[in-house]
Design a protein. Structure first.
Length: 687
């Protein structure tokens, strides 16, 4: 059989092409943090540091200098599916330092002080002055003649003076550099001239006017900076239609205002509302997701749109837009921020179905497809076709809906099922919204595959739901939270650890009773800088629709509910206490300092967090077994064997005296499920 042979041109790749010659000697590689080679932005909040590392080296043994450049960026509106363009000259720079001799790893850091787009890059060069000074010092120390070296140094300093002269405000520096250049070649004793060469003043001036003509500069890397709420906060989800006195009708926004003081007293920061828009009638779901609605059944809020309007209207049972505005003002007075649901789908009764049928998928018979996840059918919902022929008009319409609510003061959106919409749409939409209002925060309800979840975070979502709800053993929790809080994920994905949702009542909560709710609250609120609960959690609501179902019985998704907030058996006091601890201690407002510690009992998990400045170390210890008493020992690494120290439980202000690395804990589910311990200090035994 004859073999085919590829031609040389077919085998040639960009990597094998002959490069253009250049005189740059320095190599900059493996920049960290960097997301997909700089394709996506890393994320921070105002005041957070950005620590940048890179491998920087050159041929030979010359001394290198490197600067970390950074500054705000002002990208133009991106085109659909395009990333914001970045300028090429950051406004500020700070020196980078070699981490350790022989490693070629350099590090620099800067802080961000404003919301919006920023960028950072590295510039590095062979530093002739530092290389000369190192050689001069070595020869002088060996007693060698350094006359020529001093003359060479004089020439290097004169060149710097010439560069200073070209800068208007640098002329005084130029005169001083010339004086130093003259002094280096005068007939004064060599020792005095060597001392001048090694002076800090000369080195400082030379660093300002160093020769960067052959410097290597990395590509600019994007950085998006959010406000603090994107990093830390406690979320509370509730259905406003269930906040009234009568379970036979929808509560209004005016009535739902009565629930806000309770939520504020519990210590939450964000109130998240499921869709508040008119609900369709066609194929409306009944109670417990029955395919046919009964008289008075309100339907699912996610079936958006009716004769009363679409995504910019309010469900008539809740009231009017003015009523929503009043609700939002009442929340703000209590220090609560409203988050709305963005659900890009419609009921068959949505006005857009008639006005823009081209935005939806169609069957061969011309009818619009309803949503399906075979064998499940969602006849009350019709999804958009984000790749339809008129996708630009659809995308623009959805942007306008988003900005409609932003203009009404909504700055947080929880996005329903973003993984079922075109990824390029999210990158485009979020960038456009941020260009108009950079304070807006998007949370992805991305219960999907790990790589898809991560890609949505790269595309711009400030926060993401996670698999925390399904991680219940010690090993599952430690492995998963370590993954979330380490590079690369921690550079762009911020987890929001919801302990439950209207769709998820985990078997652990169904079977574990009140202790299970206590344990999951402690875990969510101390593992994550951002966490949330869905209303009923604080009441330990655990009734499932069926034995093997995660659906709630009598789910609020399909009916009005009237909650008895005073019923016994709840954990309101613990919720309030935990949220107060979170506000008081900055260690719990960040994720990257999370560290897990050894225990000698698999039912007991221990981990610590510290504030970014290293202060306020907290140690959480939680019993994962909601049914039995568990006891064992917890390791606090780094404690001398003979040291005694006090730990104070912030949950009840009890102080314990501990000694050495390993200390005993005991948990009775009827009494407590965990500790949140402040490590108040160490002292040597006997002091």
């Amino acid at each position: 059989m004859r073999q085919s042979v590829a031609s040389p041109s077919a085998l040639r790749s960009p990597q094998s092409a002959i490069p253009e010659p250049h005189s740059r000697r320095v190599v900059i590689e493996d920049i960290r943090p960097e997301i997909d080679g700089g394709r996506f932005a890393i994320k921070r909040t105002v005041g957070e540091p950005v620590v940048v590392r890179a491998n920087i080296f050159a041929d030979g043994h010359d001394v290198l200098s490197a600067m970390l450049q950074f500054g705000p960026s002002r990208p133009a509106f991106p085109a659909a599916s395009a990333s914001p363009a970045l300028p090429t000259s950051p406004a500020h720079e700070t020196p980078m330092t070699l981490v350790a001799d022989g490693t070629d790893e350099w590090m620099g850091r800067f802080d961000v002080s404003e919301i919006g787009w920023h960028e950072y890059a590295i510039v590095a060069w062979v530093d002739r002055f530092l290389t000369w000074r190192r050689g001069l010092a070595a020869k002088a120390a060996a007693g060698q003649d350094v006359a020529l070296e001093l003359l060479e140094g004089s020439l290097i300093v004169r060149e710097a003076a010439a560069r200073a002269e070209q800068v208007g405000e640098g002329r005084p520096d130029a005169r001083r550099l010339l004086e130093w250049a003259d002094a280096l070649c005068e007939s004064t004793p060599p020792a005095a001239r060597v001392a001048l060469a090694e002076s800090a003043d000369l080195a400082a001036a030379m660093s300002v006017y160093t020769d960067r003509s052959t410097a290597t500069r990395s590509a600019a890397h994007a950085l998006w900076v959010d406000r603090d709420r994107a990093r830390a906060g406690a979320w509370y989800e509730f259905f406003p239609r269930s906040a009234g006195p009568d379970s036979s009708r929808s509560a209004t926004f005016r009535e739902a205002c009565g629930l806000l003081p309770r939520i504020a007293d519990l210590g939450f920061d964000v109130v998240y509302l499921p869709p508040i828009h008119p609900i369709g009638v066609t194929s409306r779901k009944g109670r417990n997701n029955m395919p046919v609605a009964g008289p008075g059944d309100p339907g699912s809020p996610w079936a958006i749109g009716s004769a009363a309007g679409g995504h910019t209207a309010v469900e008539p049972g809740l009231g009017t837009l003015d009523d929503f505005d009043a609700f939002q003002r009442a929340a703000a007075r209590l220090g609560l921020e409203i988050a709305l649901d963005l659900a890009w789908q419609c009921s068959p009764d949505h006005p857009w179905v008639i006005e823009h049928p081209e935005w939806f998928r169609h069957r061969p018979d011309g009818t619009i497809k309803y949503a399906e996840n075979p064998p499940k059918k969602y006849q009350d919902i019709v999804p958009f076709d984000f790749a339809c022929d008129e996708w630009r008009a659809l995308w623009d319409a959805l942007l306008e809906v988003t900005m409609f609510w932003v203009r009404r003061g909504v700055k947080i959106f929880r996005v329903d099922n973003p993984h079922t919409k075109t990824f390029g749409f999210w990158e485009w939409l979020i960038a456009r919204v941020h260009a108009l209002d950079p304070e807006v925060i998007f949370l992805a309800e991305a219960f999907t595959r790990p790589k898809v979840m991560a890609y949505l975070a790269k595309a711009g979502f400030a926060q993401s739901y996670t698999y925390f709800t399904w991680r219940n053993t010690k090993r599952e929790i430690a492995d998963y939270l370590t993954e979330l809080t380490r590079a690369p994920l921690c550079e762009f994905l911020r987890p929001n650890l919801f302990a439950n949702t209207p769709d998820i009542l985990h078997a652990y909560l169904q079977r574990g009773g009140r202790p299970a709710f206590q344990a999951r609250l402690l875990l969510a609120a101390t593992l994550g800088a951002t966490y949330g609960i869905y209303s009923g959690f604080e009441l330990c609501e655990a009734r499932a629709l069926a034995p093997d179902s995660e659906e709630y019985a009598d789910s609020e998704k399909y009916e009005y509910r009237r909650w008895d907030w005073d019923r016994p058996g709840g954990i309101d006091e613990l919720v309030s206490r935990v949220n107060a601890i979170r506000r008081r201690h900055r260690a719990l407002q960040f994720n990257h300092t999370l560290r897990f510690h050894e225990t000698d009992n698999e039912e007991i998990i221990a981990y610590s967090k510290t504030a970014p400045d290293g202060s306020g170390r907290l140690l959480a210890v939680v019993n994962l077994d909601p049914h039995h008493m568990q006891h064992g020992h917890v390791q606090v690494p780094g404690v001398p064997a003979d040291a005694t120290f006090a730990v104070r439980d912030l949950l009840d202000d009890t102080v314990y005296e501990w000694r050495g690395e390993w200390n005993y804990v005991r948990f009775d589910p009827e009494i407590r499920q965990g500790h949140v311990l402040l490590l108040e200090g160490l002292r040597a035994e006997g002091e």
